[in-house]
Design a protein around this ligand. Structure first.
Ligand code: F6P
Length: 346
């Protein structure tokens, strides 16, 4: 049976470039493959609650530069509390009249997609997250926009740090992988970068800053991923409460660092938490193009009947890999890149 009715769903934290993916899928799906396209709203929640919207060419016109997702998103997990997610999603798809689904998301959304594939549901995945921590693809869309936002913030913090002879600590997103901290930190000329992959010692951080000040510098920039770990392997939590995928809310490392640096070194310090600013707003040119390429490749896979796959960037090419490969482990920071960043510490 050829696939004619295709649903699109965006799940997890939003990110710039989602609308570029949706636009590309709808455009090629309708104009080249003559499909009927449906938007499933609010991520997996919409699938379970029957929230959908028809997507024609007009619905996706003008959305390329827009941040967020026109479909809405959520962190709903169809398998929560032992539910039979496969049965729930199959029934949702039947009610919406869908033959196949394209799920755009990070490790949680695509982890669900992988389990659904095992239960015989026709799914293709598209890798999305500003954290850039999905395995199997060289890059996720959204990441480029996020690091440009962070780089600009670091540039701005540099000038005020210099005027006031302060240590400025910038807390950025990145739960388990420090890609944003490392790449934006290198681009912004950070003096210390702390990432979840490498637990840090507060005295070492203070000594690095002291040495820098000893050679005449009067200010420093410290970039810390929200998931950066202290040397006892602990992370700073905003709340113990867990979401549907079991994640606690991180946050607070920036303030902790700023307080401790000031207390231990005597240098006046301030913290800036960039938070969701990193996820909002218009996508960069790179993310618009990558999102468009991913969207086209995803609808091509649906047309070919090649399900259980995720589109991925490898070198200059877009390829298809098994969803299983994409969700089996997190892609953490390449230590060769961190070694480059370290040359500029202090
Ligand atoms: O998953 C991406 C991400 O941006 C993480 O870096 C961050 O910890 C989390 O989402 C924040 O999630 P929420 O928007 O649900 O608070």
């Amino acid at each position: 049976m050829s696939v004619k009715r295709v649903g699109i769903l965006t799940g997890g934290g939003d990110c710039p470039g989602l609308n570029a993916v949706i636009r590309a899928i709808v455009r090629k799906g309708i104009m080249v493959y003559n499909c009927d396209m449906t938007g499933v709203q609010e991520g997996w929640r919409g699938m379970l609650e029957g929230l959908s919207v028809p997507l024609d060419l007009n619905a996706v016109s003008g959305i390329l530069p827009r941040g967020g997702t026109i479909l809405g998103s959520s962190r709903t997990n169809p398998y929560q509390d032992g539910a039979d997610g496969g049965a729930l999603v199959r029934s949702g798809m039947e009610k919406m009249g869908l033959d196949a689904l394209i799920a755009i998301g990070g490790d949680d959304t695509l982890g669900v997609a992988h389990r659904l594939t095992d239960q015989g549901i026709k799914i293709v995945g598209v890798p999305k997250t500003i954290d850039n921590d999905l395995d199997g693809t060289d890059q996720t869309f959204g990441f480029d926009t996020a690091i440009n936002i962070v780089m600009e913030a670091i540039d701005r913090l540099h000038t005020t740090a210099e005027s006031h002879n302060r240590v400025m600590v910038v807390e950025v997103m990145g739960r388990h992988a420090g890609w944003i901290a490392v790449e934006a930190g290198i681009a912004g000329g950070a003096d210390v970068i702390l990432i979840p992959e490498v637990p840090f010692d507060l005295d070492d951080v203070c000594n690095t800053i002291r040495k820098r000040h000893a050679r005449g510098k009067t200010f420093s920039i410290v970039v810390a991923a929200e998931g950066a770990k202290l040397d006892d392997d602990s992370m700073v939590l905003q709340s113990q409460e867990k979401d549907a995928f079991g994640h606690v809310r991180l946050g607070g490392i920036g303030n902790l660092l700023s307080d401790e640096i000031e207390r231990r070194t005597g240098y006046e310090s301030r913290a800036t938490v960039l938070g969701h600013i990193q996820r909002g707003g218009s996508p960069s040119a790179y993310d618009r193009v990558l999102g468009t390429r991913f969207g086209i490749a995803a609808i091509d896979l649906v047309h070919e009947g090649n399900f259980g796959k995720m589109v991925a960037l490898r070198g200059q090419n877009i390829i298809a890999i098994d969803l299983k490969e994409a969700v089996s482990k997190l892609r953490t920071v390449d230590m060769r890149l961190y070694d480059i960043a370290k040359v500029f510490f202090g």
